[in-house]
Design a protein around this ligand. Structure first.
Ligand code: TYC
Length: 112
């Protein structure tokens, strides 16, 4: 929790004094979140994409197949939302795994 002083216009007190009102309140900080996007291409086999979604994003086969088809038809889909460190790791894992299997599959991240 952080304490943030707010400066307002100077009000005149009953005895004519002027002063700065300092209001202290708490503001909840949420960490920024990052979308992991999977992009379509013409060469990566559908079964490989389904496997990637199961392996790195913990999806069921049915869920993975659905998302793969969405990417195939629409060009891209959000496959998860994570903290920066986790999102970065997922992207690196997908890119590395795809290259090792000689597929051009692309995965990227975007601030939410
Ligand atoms: N378009 C690919 C094909 O027809 C399948 C595919 C789906 C590729 C999703 C990438 O992220 C992707 N074989």
């Amino acid at each position: 929790m952080s304490l943030i002083p707010l400066l307002t216009d100077k009000p005149n007190g009953p005895d004519g004094d002027t002063g700065v009102v300092t209001k202290t309140h708490s503001r909840t900080q949420r960490p920024p979140m990052y979308k992991v996007l999977l992009l379509n291409d013409d060469y990566t086999p559908m079964e490989f994409v389904v496997h990637v979604l199961e392996r790195f994003f913990g999806m069921s086969h049915a869920q993975a197949f659905d998302i793969m088809l969405t990417v195939h038809k629409k060009g891209l889909a959000v496959v998860g939302v994570f903290s920066f460190e986790i999102a970065e790791t997922k992207v690196a894992q997908v890119m590395d795994f795809s290259r090792r299997h000689q597929h051009p599959l692309q995965c990227t991240l975007e601030k939410e």
